[in-house]
Design a protein around this ligand. Structure first.
Ligand SMILES: NC(=O)c1ccc[n+]([C@@H]2O[C@H](COP(=O)([O-])OP(=O)(O)OC[C@H]3O[C@@H](n4cnc5c(N)ncnc54)[C@H](O)[C@@H]3O)[C@@H](O)[C@H]2O)c1
Length: 444
């Protein structure tokens, strides 16, 4: 069992801190945002992630997890310091490493004894070298800190399960002590541990995200083609996904990928490629198809609802996926902006992100605490993320509120037949159009 400091209490840092404490390490988590730290000290988690509040509180009560606004306090007696700070997109697509540099400087100047620096943030190749240079140049008393890379693969919405039951743990380091410590720390998970050099570990994370994003763009392009040639994407996914060489995961047609990882990581990898004079043809195409998916969605809505100018449209699901309140790079928000630009009045619902959405969309849309309210007087209900409640709606109630009987399923999670039975016209991404069942057919 180790003493661990975690720098950054966001989605990744807080999950890492709580899970490492659950694995019986003693964890002190630090964030530069004092408001977040104060809330966490009172057991309040500042974002929505299923099960996280309960895990954080349980570990605080056990005395294995605490929060501090002092980097020095976080590092007292620490054997390892995990860096889990944000790496947003810079002006030309590159990863902005400002927070990583800052954390490295703080670790060097505050650590009172040698410890291992573990980078969990998603960063371009050679960032561990940069962190090593910074910590060793700024360390008090010439103490040397080995730096390891330990990329994180969790998904928001299932972050705790993903952390505690990973497909693999990647450790990138040339330092024997760092490798041994991280191996021991992760051993309780029973997952395969892949030990590589730091550059390879950094590349693994970017390559994984680029591949997942490419799978999504690929299936979206095929889905759009299915629509054009009257084929059905569900059958195509079943047919190709059953092939063990391909697999079904991430072959889910929809509105495109978003969130704090895939768009920025693909852009950052493309930037790295250009820096090395390699044309990132596939990565550019992946991003291009993703951007175009909003246009495809707008066509679908217009085809169903008719003239969009002055039309009211209900949009359900604003977060980049269901089960989270994260709006970063959410394609649903891009769609709302496109609808507003087309002259629609938009009524929105989200299970977890409605309050956050108000800081972005302000008074330009109507906020609804139920999906049914978002349907009132609308020419279409648009399902824009995969929150599980949307597939269980009372379709007759939806039908009774809509001005025109249209449901546009931009995540292909609804049962088209159930929607049609309520007298609604269903349209999905690359799915065959489902004719609505008329009143007469329903009663005979
Ligand atoms: N969110 C995900 O699903 C996910 C999954 C895997 C990897 N990642 C990667 O993990 C990293 C963190 O992502 P996130 O979503 O948790 O970001 P986030 O924005 O939710 O959290 C980052 C936190 O770091 C804090 N911070 C900034 N500078 C700091 C410093 N010097 N010391 C201490 N705290 C500092 C911020 O205040 C913030 O609370 C990114 O590189 C991201 O790409 C994210």
């Amino acid at each position: 069992m180790y003493n661990v400091a975690v720098f950054g209490c966001g989605y990744v840092g807080l999950v890492t801190a709580a899970c490492l404490a659950h694995m019986r390490n003693t964890v002190r988590a630090y964030d530069t945002d004092v408001t977040k730290i104060r809330a966490l000290q009172h057991g309040e988690v500042h974002f929505y992630e299923p099960g996280l509040s309960q895990l954080v509180c349980a570990q605080q009560i056990e005395g294995r997890l605490s929060f501090t606004d002092s980097a020095a306090r976080a590092l007292e007696n620490a054997d390892a310091a995990f860096i889990a700070v944000g790496t947003p997109t810079g002006p030309t697509g590159e990863a902005d490493l400002t927070y990583v540099r800052q954390a490295a400087r703080e670790i060097a100047s505050c650590a009172s004894r040698p410890l291992i620096v573990v980078n969990k943030s998603t960063v371009p190749v050679e960032t561990a070298d940069l962190v090593e240079r910074i910590v060793n140049a700024n360390s008090a008393g010439g103490v040397r800190f080995p730096v390891a890379s330990n990329p994180e693969f969790l998904r928001e919405g299932s972050a705790i399960g993903d952390f505690l039951h990973p497909d693999r743990v990647v450790i990138g380091s040339d330092d024997r002590r760092a490798i041994t410590m991280l191996r021991e720390m992760y051993a309780p998970l029973g997952a395969p541990i892949i030990v590589v050099d730091v550059h390879t570990a950094e590349m693994i994370k970017y390559a994984a995200n680029a591949f997942l994003a490419t799978k999504i763009s690929f299936i979206n392009e095929i889905a759009n083609l299915c629509r054009a040639v009257q084929a059905d994407i569900d059958g195509v996914v079943a047919g190709i996904g059953a092939d063990a060489r391909i697999g079904r995961t991430y072959l889910e047609p929809g509105l495109g990928f978003g969130g704090s990882c895939l768009p920025k990581d693909v852009a950052a990898l493309a930037h790295v490629a250009r820096k090395h004079a390699i044309e990132p043809t596939m990565l550019d195409a992946t991003l291009g198809v993703n951007r175009r998916q909003i246009v495809a969605a707008m066509h679908l809505i217009e085809e169903a609802a008719g003239e969009l100018y002055d039309a009211r449209i209900g949009v359900a699901g604003l977060a980049f996926k269901g089960g989270t309140d994260d709006l970063r790079e959410s394609p649903a928000l891009v769609l709302v902006e496109a609808l507003l630009t087309a002259g629609c009045s938009v009524a929105v619902h989200d299970a977890h992100a409605l309050r956050r959405a108000q800081t972005v969309l302000r008074e330009r849309v109507t906020y609804c605490s139920s999906v049914y309210d978002a349907c009132s007087g609308a020419a279409a209900l648009v399902i824009a993320n995969d929150h599980r409640s949307y597939s269980q709606l009372e379709w007759k109630s939806v039908a009774s509120r809509l001005a025109k009987p249209n449901v546009i399923d931009l995540r292909n999670r609804l049962d088209p037949a159930a929607v049609a039975r309520a007298g609604l016209q269903y349209a999905g991404i690359g799915r065959r159009r489902t004719r609505r069942v008329s009143e007469k057919e329903r009663t005979t």
